[in-house]
Design a protein around this ligand. Sequence first.
Ligand SMILES: [Mn+2]
Length: 259
Amino acid sequence: MLRIPRDEPVLLASDMHLAPEAPRTAARFLAALRRHGPDAAHVVLLGDLFELWVGDDGADALAEALAGVLSGLAAGGARVWLMRGNRDFLLDAPLPDGSVTPYSRRCGATLLADPTPIELHGVPALLAHGDALCTDDLVYQQWRSTCRDPAWQRAFLARPLAERFAIGRAVRETSEAGKREKPGALMDVNPAAVEGAMREAGARLLVHGHTHRPAVHRWVDGDAARTRLVLTDWDEEGDTARGAMLLWRDGEPVALPPA
Ligand SMILES: [Mn+2]
């Protein structure tokens, strides 16, 4: 298990949904990463780094910019960790001809499984993107198991890049339209799924993103005090600017202004 001692600050963020259509969000996130990254011994991005990811050969200028900042931090001595989300579940998925360097390697990063148990400054913790815990959304969970199937991924990645982008955009539009019709509770984590995952991992702390409902939830489960910390998503395009990194320093999370 990954053990991060108390003297190693950890920078956490998720759900920046980088996309060419959202240039201000991307600029803000990259500026925050450049500013705060050097303070961290570990940089952990918990999924949905990108709004759409149809294979490592489809990396655009933004993806290259992110890889540039992350690999710079890695060269400076930080450990960089990436987790896949529901938008970028194809990060690092092998392409048929094997010609492209996996994206995480271009970032100087190590890919994390979802979920990943860690010891964070002495606290047994679980890192997750969060979508697997939204078990009430049965339609989504069915899609999740389909698109995580290696055979499905092989068949998808064998299609030409332009076709994958077209399919990816269509799936995204269907999912956005579906979201508007789904009741709010369906789009949040299921409490029993959270407790089950935390008990199984022996975790007192769960850090995840995905739901775009940033909060700190604390409760008692039997004899165990548990905390669920939900990271914010990033959006600088509309009237209300959102986005913040979290720096875990000396056992305490501190929210950092974007830049
Ligand atoms: Mn997500």
